[in-house]
Design a protein around this ligand. Structure first.
Ligand code: DAH
Length: 341
């Protein structure tokens, strides 16, 4: 009997009644003349005298619970009808919650990734806290290279091996090459850190997208074509590119890529310092030393790599003049990108 009372209590407490018929069904089922509680009352007669007191109490509690629940269900029904009559939408949130917008850097990062994904690149990611091997040594940086200097790199620990915040996403190249056999065709988006004073034009963290393609017979012409395609998709079909010889320890030959200034269309303006060109990325053919460090035979495989700053591309696309805006979370700034795709 106790079990029966307890299970009825649970049923009654969770009963719902969406309309008047359901409320009436509830009343008949539990409180009707032949209802569950009435049946229990009949059984009560055969309860031994010593348990009568306790059982009686439990039965009364059950009856009160059912009566209260019935009253509550009736009340809810009446309130609903009243609201309906007053044309109140009970499903509406009390205060409208303002929607956020996508961050401009996320928008541009996605655009960059989508362009390369359409050309067969997949996404690879790596840790922001790295070691010297993945950020510098495996990438052919000589031991005394200035980029390793305290002034550029945030070191976390110096012994026994250097642990640091990665200064570029090129570290992901090493991680993927160490663990994957060619062909490799990846883009690696991520945050990087450099020990710079924060100003309108520099920040101690920013974002890069790295690209890497390793296979048999990969040539500089392949690199150029992929980058041209990227520039046209990102900045419009009229965009021209220019590759200038440069130096990076991990590529040979190395180049920097300029695009025709998308603000003046190449005629020359303040933004491109009247040259008609703006630099957007570094690139080159992966140095055989790097392939060797990562266990890939440079006599069989070759490849290209490139790396670009997401902030830089965003500035060119949306003309953001102060880098600090990207990390200040001022909603007035972020809302300007509401309609961006
Ligand atoms: N890691 C370079 C930087 O942070 C960018 C870069 C240049 C990446 C050339 C590359 C590359 O993969 O080939 O400035």
């Amino acid at each position: 009997m106790i079990d029966k009372i307890e299970s009825l209590k649970a049923e009654i407490s969770s009963a719902v009644a969406p309309d008047a018929e359901a409320v009436e069904r509830f009343r008949i089922k539990y409180l009707g003349k032949k209802g569950e509680i009435a049946l229990l009352m009949n059984d009560f007669r055969s309860v031994p005298a010593e348990s009568k007191r306790e059982m009686g109490q439990r039965l009364n509690e059950l009856k009160t619970l059912a009566a209260l629940r019935l009253a509550a269900l009736r009340e809810a029904l009446a309130a609903g009808a009243e609201a309906e009559a007053a044309d109140i939408d009970l499903t509406r949130t009390a205060t409208p919650l303002p929607l956020g917008t996508r961050h401009p850097l996320s928008l541009v990062k996605k655009e960059i990734i989508d362009i390369f994904a359409a050309m067969g690149f997949t996404i690879a990611e790596g840790p922001e806290i790295e070691d010297d091997w993945h950020v510098f040594s495996s990438l052919n940086f000589p031991p005394d290279h200035p980029a390793r200097d305290m002034q550029d790199t945030f070191f976390i620990a110096r012994d026994p091996s250097d642990i640091l915040l990665r200064t570029h996403t090129s570290s992901v190249q090493t991680r993927v090459m160490e663990s994957t056999a060619p062909p490799i065709r990846i883009v690696c988006p991520g945050r990087v850190y450099r020990n710079e004073a924060i100003s309108a034009r520099a920040h101690c963290f920013f974002h890069q997208v790295e690209g890497l393609y390793i296979d048999r017979n990969v040539s500089f012409a392949d690199l150029r074509q992929v980058l041209l395609q990227f520039a046209r998709e990102m900045f419009g079909p009229e965009t021209k590119i220019r590759l200038r010889p440069s130096y990076f320890p991990f590529t040979e030959p190395s180049a920097e890529m300029d695009i025709s200034c998308n603000i003046c269309g190449g005629k020359g303006c303040g933004f491109c310092k009247h040259t008609g060109w703006v630099e957007i990325l570094g690139c080159g053919m992966v140095d055989p030393n790097v392939l060797r460090s990562c266990g890939i035979d440079p006599d069989i495989y070759s490849g290209y790599a490139f790396g670009m700053g997401v902030e830089r591309i965003t500035n060119l696309k949306y003309r953001v003049s102060d880098l600090r805006l990207f990390s200040e979370n001022d909603v007035r700034f972020l809302r300007e990108f509401e309609s961006a795709k």
